[in-house]
Structures are given as C-alpha cells and as structure tokens.
Design a protein around this ligand. Structure first.
Ligand code: 13P
Ligand code: SF4
Length: 303
C-alpha cells in the first residue's frame, strides 16, 4: 500500500478512474470522514444513494447501509471496504422470526428499522430510520404496528402515537449501555450544556435528556441552536464532524465508551484497496432486493 499522504492522492485518482463516490456515516473515523464526498445519517445516506449517477459507490459504514444502497441502485457497484463491518442489532432478528410474528398478528403493519438485513426488509411493509420513525408509523392506516428490531426506538415512537406498538427485543449495544448515571455525571461536569441523545438509548436515559435526535439531527441542532455547550449521547465518532462543522461550539461525549467497533473497521488503506480491486462488493439477490426496495422506497416517500 502507498504511504498515508499518497494514499489520499491514490484514492482521489482511483475515484476519478472508477467514477466512484465515497459515502460515509457520521460515526466513521476522522480520516475517512475527511476523504468522503458525502457524510450523513442513515436516511440522508439512503436518499443520496438513490439519486447518484456514479458507477461505483464506496460505502464507509456498516453492512445494512451498503445493502440499502445496493437495493436502491442494483446496477451500480456498491463496495463495503470493511466486509466484516456488521451492525449487531441488525442481526438480532431473522426473516423467519419476523414471519412468525406476522402470523401471530396478521392485522398489524410491519415497520422495520433500516438497521436490518435485506431479508427482514423484504418481509416488512415499510422501513424507518431514527429521524423519521414517528412520521413513518403515523403514515400507516393500521392501528397495530410490529416494530423491529430496536425495542428502545420502538418505545420512543410509542410516546408519540396512539397506535399499538409491538416491539421486538433487539437493541444497540452502544446506546443501550448508556445509563442515567452517565447523564447525571455529565450534567455535573457541564452544568450549562444541553443533553442530546439518540433514540436508540434506553427510555430512562431519554427521559433525562433535553432533546432526542438522529445523528445528523444532532449536528444540525448543535450548529444552528443558540446553546454553546452540548453533551452528545451517541457514538463518539460524531464529535469529529461537530468540531469541524460547528467549531464555535463545545461538545462533550455523554459516554466516552460509546464506540461502535464495526463502524471503526474502515480506514484509508481499506478504502484504497476496495477502490483498486472493486471488492468487497455488496450484492443483494434480485428477488429479495425487489421486495426490500418496496419497503425502502415507501419510506423515502414519507415526508
Ligand atoms: P442515524 O440514522 O441516526 O445516523 O443512526 C444510525 C445508527 O446506526 C445509530 O446507531
Ligand atoms: Fe448498529 Fe449500534 Fe453500531 Fe449503530 S451504533 S451501527 S445501531 S451497533
């Protein structure tokens, strides 16, 4: 592999040669965020992936995000530089388990968080992300909703709807580990700071927060809000973007241990290798992709 300085130049060269674009999630390591063409939360990344002209999409994130891009753009080459970068929560429900639930509650609509496999999306009526979950649930005619896999996002949505939410017992190990003690301690250390948390946090943590946002929602709030100090209750990779986009604000991690290990698997040399070899490529079988696409595009139509 080239040295770190020429690595960036080589990535740039290969990007032109391959007609590639680099998309990165807000949790990616700083070097990866800095070479990305577009950084965002899950919904922004899905919207972006749906509108691109490039032949190649390099997805710096986790598998379900790259799968979503591949489902939306089946004729493009979608690369996930770190092939093993999965989202453990997405693997907490299988399509078979969801089918059993659907048989038990035949009158319920199925909403799946975008943090799911393509097979689970294929069994769902509509997807949602952390930024549109309430709107998606409210867009449905059914009064009962099977909500998979995140129990915390499910119970957060239940606060804002009269519909009956039947949540699956999945969770994100990064957010579920954040405790009310973390919030109390952070508030003690930074008494003037506003506390923002992700809806994947536990209900009792959400109760103590000032605001609840998706990752990009947090960035927007910090950059545009009147406050000067913020305690950020999500994966700490987001702090790099906050420092860059809103340099006049002070942001502190709610929990310095909030690290998503698989989000950190992507680095510059893997991006380079991926562009060079056009692997590891994410391909979703056509029949699954066609069914999953319906749930994703239905979500993208909810405004
Ligand atoms: P966002 O869509 O808010 O970026 O969340 C993605 C995610 O995986 C949170 O853990
Ligand atoms: Fe999955 Fe949690 Fe990592 Fe997000 S932070 S990708 S939900 S494990």
């Amino acid at each position: 592999n080239p040295d770190p300085v020429s690595l960036k130049e080589e990535i740039e060269r290969l990007k032109q040669e391959r007609d590639a674009i680099i998309l990165a999630h807000n949790y990616q390591i700083p070097e990866v965020q800095d070479i990305a063409d577009f950084i965002g939360d899950s919904l922004e990344l899905a919207r972006k992936a749906a509108t691109l002209d490039n032949d190649v999409i390099v997805f710096c994130g986790v598998d379900f995000m790259a799968e979503t891009a591949a489902i939306l753009s089946p004729d493009k080459t979608v690369l996930l530089p770190a092939a093993e970068a999965n989202c453990p929560m997405a693997d907490m429900i299988t399509a078979g388990e969801l089918r059993v639930l659907k048989e038990r509650f035949p009158d319920a609509a199925v909403v799946c968080y975008v943090n799911t496999t393509a097979e689970v999306k294929a069994e769902s009526d509509i997807c949602c992300t952390s930024s549109n979950a309430v709107k998606v649930v409210e867009s449905l005619e059914e009064d009962r909703v099977i909500f998979v896999p995140d129990r915390n996002l499910g119970s957060y949505v239940a606060r804002f709807t009269d519909k009956e939410i039947l949540p699956w017992e999945g969770f994100c190990f990064v957010h579920d580990r954040i405790t009310t003690l973390d919030v109390e301690e952070a508030r003690r250390q930074h008494p003037d700071a506003e506390v923002l948390v992700h809806p994947e946090c536990r209900a009792e943590v959400i109760d103590l927060a000032d605001e609840v946002y998706s990752t990009s929602g947090m960035i927007k709030h910090v950059c545009t809000g009147p406050g000067k100090e913020y305690i950020i209750g999500t994966e700490i990779g987001i702090l790099h973007r906050m420092k860059k986009d809103c340099p006049d604000k002070e942001c502190y991690p709610l929990s310095p241990q909030a690290i998503c290990t698989t989000m950190k698997k992507t680095d510059l040399s893997r991006v380079y290798n991926s562009l060079e070899s056009l692997t590891p490529r994410i391909v979703v079988p056509e029949e699954t992709a066609d069914r999953a696409r319906k749930a994703i595009t239905r979500m993208l139509e909810v405004r």
